[in-house]
Design a protein around this ligand. Structure first.
Ligand code: NAP
Length: 231
């Protein structure tokens, strides 16, 4: 039986991004969604992975508005002012690798730490957006060292937390979710406008996956189509 089979409260973390905005739009119109809150770097409360304390502070500020039955963390980065995905090992630098680890792994891990406490113990789902390129088994093309590694490490955090949660909050499911290639700020420099699809389409598919999740799906790495991806 799906976990989210009755009215739910939702929280979108990173609601300023392309996928985050699309999820907000869909949830605001969804008949089962009673309330949706979005937070990002400029919201009140704010969440900024450059300021680690903001993660715990945001969770604390939102606690009174919970519990939430659905939490989706969309925060992630692929390129920045001072870094772009590596084509070869020679391009790897400590600065760019640590920037990606901070935003794609450490921030989302601490978000799990503080926000799982806001999940409804009776029935809830927390999804963190990962990427198929974070799959070790599926890596055929190489390149993108830091991004791949940061998402692979994120996947391990989600899997490990799901094992712990099965003991402490057995009615909550944690998953890693791949959105597919989506037109967004993140994908634009890499042909995302041409290769990707509109964020609303991807968000709609992901929402369908989330609404169909069962307890036994906790600890899995799923694609927007519902396909189980290899770690
Ligand atoms: N687009 C794709 O093709 C694709 C493919 C696979 C996986 N993904 C994953 O999907 C997720 C959403 O990506 P998107 O395409 O929607 O990208 P996006 O439009 O660039 O959105 C990224 C989000 O992350 C936030 N963010 C970035 N750095 C942050 C930081 N240090 N602290 C707090 N927030 C920060 C952004 O906030 P600001 O608005 O403040 O910058 C924004 O809300 C990411 O995790 C990405 O890895 C995307």
């Amino acid at each position: 039986m799906p976990i989210l089979n009755h009215p739910f409260n939702a929280l979108v973390i990173g609601s300023s991004g392309s996928i985050g905005t699309a999820l907000m739009d869909l949830l605001q119109q969804h008949p089962l969604c009673e309330k949706v809150i979005g937070i990002h770097r400029q919201s009140v409360p704010s969440i900024d992975y450059e300021d680690v304390d903001s993660i715990a502070d945001a969770a604390q500020a939102l606690a009174a508005q919970g519990p939430f039955q659905l939490i989706i963390n969309t925060i992630g980065v692929l390129h920045g002012e001072h870094f772009t995905p590596e084509k070869r090992l020679d391009d790897l630098t400590a600065d760019s690798f640590s920037a990606l680890l901070n935003t794609n792994t450490i921030g989302p891990a601490l978000t799990l730490k503080y926000f799982v406490k806001l999940l409804d113990p009776q029935h809830s789902v927390m999804a963190t957006l990962s990427a198929k390129v974070g799959s070790i088994e599926d890596n055929r093309l190489g390149g993108w060292y830091s991004y791949r590694a940061s998402k692979a490490a994120l996947n391990m955090i989600i899997k490990t937390a799901a094992i712990e949660l099965a003991r402490t909050k057995p009615n909550a499911a944690l998953i890693a979710l791949h959105p597919g290639t989506v037109q967004s700020r993140l994908s634009k420099p890499f042909g995302g406008e041409l290769k990707g699809r509109p964020a609303l389409e991807a968000a709609s598919d992901m929402l369908n996956v989330l609404l169909a999740l069962e307890k036994s799906d906790s600890g899995s790495f799923l694609s927007y189509s519902g396909e189980k991806l290899p770690w």
